[in-house]
Design a protein around this ligand. Structure first.
Ligand SMILES: Nc1ncnc2c1ncn2[C@@H]1O[C@H](COP(=O)(O)OP(=O)(O)OP(=O)(O)O)[C@@H](O)[C@H]1O
Ligand code: SF4
Ligand SMILES: [Mg+2]
Length: 320
């Protein structure tokens, strides 16, 4: 698996104008990589991931391209995207747990889903049962309604469903956030197990919980206000980040293991800008303690050392 995202730019069309939710995102994911995606609420994490799956109004594609295993995803053509969705790229959307049809037993729901994708449901049943075993669900769940499952069971069911056809890339959007701590760990470990068993060959895990990301990811991508700020190996992001926002984000965590969504970022004065009229240049400028004149221009997201990219003029040769 390989994923390359190049200059991807997405807006939401609203009555008041375009919301600039993702600007020029450029990054890649290697075969087997589990990448965490983090940043304050509203910074564009779900937008980035949803645009790779289902780019429909009010979301609008502005530019850029995405290559999955060397193939260009037809992001603007939803009919053509059908060939990729679920089969090559799949997601567990934010709030997926509560989106299961309450009037259908789970087994029937799965059959209907597979039939709608023109997949032979009977042929897939033995594998479905093996996957249920893998996530420690009994086959009885197929005969149950979604409301009969606990939160953790539902989330594991959604994981099985979204990976049934062995997609190259799986995107998991806040899959652990509504669960208690021990269930969070179990679900997070299952994601790793799916990668280890090559059920999926690449994973993007969106989470507000840095301890979960620290536990299961190989790399972390930090976003701020619709722009990419920094990407590096998990160890580097946690122990020696270089972007001023990442530094403050990490240092504002009392210890690794605290969600940055709660009482977060006390150390960073101000709030993120509104994306309807984002500020010119680096969008972190107004909160950045080391901002200077050059920051009125958008800093490029460049590799400062192998595997470590930063978008900050202080980190580029001509910016300091
Ligand atoms: N349907 C929509 N219409 C208009 N603006 C939207 C829409 N959905 C999201 N946005 C805006 O786009 C920006 C990015 O939102 P997004 O949901 O991608 O953030 P996020 O990082 O996933 O946040 P969270 O951590 O809360 O899930 C925000 O400013 C948000 O208000
Ligand atoms: S580009 Fe400028 S404003 Fe943005 S993080 Fe770097 S120094 Fe701060
Ligand atoms: Mg989101």
């Amino acid at each position: 698996m390989s994923l390359q995202v190049e200059n991807l730019t997405i807006v939401y069309q609203t009555l008041h104008g375009d919301v600039h939710a993702l600007e020029n995102a450029t990054f890649s994911l290697a075969d087997g990589e589990i990448m965490g995606l983090a940043g304050e609420s509203g910074c564009g994490k779900s937008t980035l991931c949803n645009s790779l799956i289902l780019l429909v109004p009010p979301m609008r594609y502005v530019g850029g391209k995405v290559l999955l295993d060397g193939e260009c995803l037809p992001l603007e053509d939803q009919k053509a995207m059908d060939a990729f969705r679920f089969r090559k790229i799949s997601s567990i959307p934010q709030y997926a747990m509560n989106a299961m049809n309450p009037t259908r037993k789970i087994g029937l729901m799965i059959r209907e889903l597979l039939q709608s994708r023109k997949v032979d449901a009977d042929a897939l049943m033995p594998e479905l049962k093996r996957r249920l075993d893998l996530v420690e669900l009994t086959q009885d769940v197929l005969d149950m309604y979604p409301f009969e499952l606990s939160g953790g069971m539902k989330q594991r069911m959604v994981m099985v469903l979204s990976t049934l056809l062995n997609p190259s890339l799986l995107i998991a959007d806040e899959v652990t956030s509504a669960l208690d701590v021990s269930t969070q760990r179990a679900v997070a470990n299952m994601l790793v197990e799916f990668r280890n068993r090559e059920i999926v060959r690449g994973l993007i895990v969106i989470s507000h919980d840095m301890s979960i990301l620290y536990q299961i990811t190989d790399s972390i991508l930090i976003m701020y206000a619709g722009q990419l700020a920094e990407k590096a190996s998990t160890d580097v992001i946690i122990k020696s980040p270089r972007h001023p926002y990442t530094r403050q984000l990490i240092s504002s965590l009392p210890k690794v293991g605290v969600k940055y969504s709660e009482g977060r970022l006390k150390g960073i004065p101000g709030t993120p800008p509104l994306l309807l009229h984002p500020p010119q240049g680096c969008r972190f400028r107004e909160r950045c303690p080391v901002a200077f004149e050059k920051c009125l221009q958008v800093p490029p997201f460049i590799e400062v050392e192998p595997g470590h990219s930063v978008a900050c003029w202080r980190e580029t040769a001509d910016g300091a």
